[in-house]
Design a binder for this molecule. Sequence first.
Ligand SMILES: [Zn+2]
Length: 221
Amino acid sequence: MREAGGMRPRMRQAETVEGLVEQLIDVGDTVVRRGFALASGGNLSARLPGSEEFVVTGKGTWLDRLEPGDFTVMNLDGKIVGGNPDPSSEWKLHQRTYRVREDANAIVHMHPQHAVLVDALGHEIRLLTLDHAVYVRSVGRTDFHPNGSDELADSAAEQAREHNCVLLAHHGCSALGEDVGMALRRAMNLEEAATATYRALLLGDRTTGFPMSPDEAIQHA
Ligand SMILES: [Zn+2]
């Protein structure tokens, strides 16, 4: 385990698979510590740009206690090519998304409470701040499908063609990025937007949103 106060990896694009794994170990710790997932709820993956192979967390691994040996190396056909022989049951979610998004090099799948709740109650997750607009930009969603199923993986990948953040109904979210840091920032901003939406709903507000389109906001950012 990482020692308190120890060096944490930089979150810019890693140059080696070991570097990616180190970043994902750090992300797992952050995700659990900040309450975006409980223990083994969620999974993480990454690849080097242009690679046909990705690393994904193993089945039942606790996200805040990941070690390099927990990661499975898989290719885009879904074959295990190295590392932990027992990948997360949700590996298809990662594999199918990489297949449709050549630009995606990391996927953070977690189970954030507010995003799932707001969606389950039939409300749209609203983007309210500049960060929400710039990082999340838009939110895709899929209906509920069983964990690890082809239906879930394929419908999430379909949504990922258009959106960098996809809400998986009654389950969690999947956020992708060109590197591990961007995927994490998107996932965290999605949950922050959902928390803000939840608070707005408690105050009786059902309409307030960001004052310009996310694309305009990005141009100004
Ligand atoms: Zn999940």
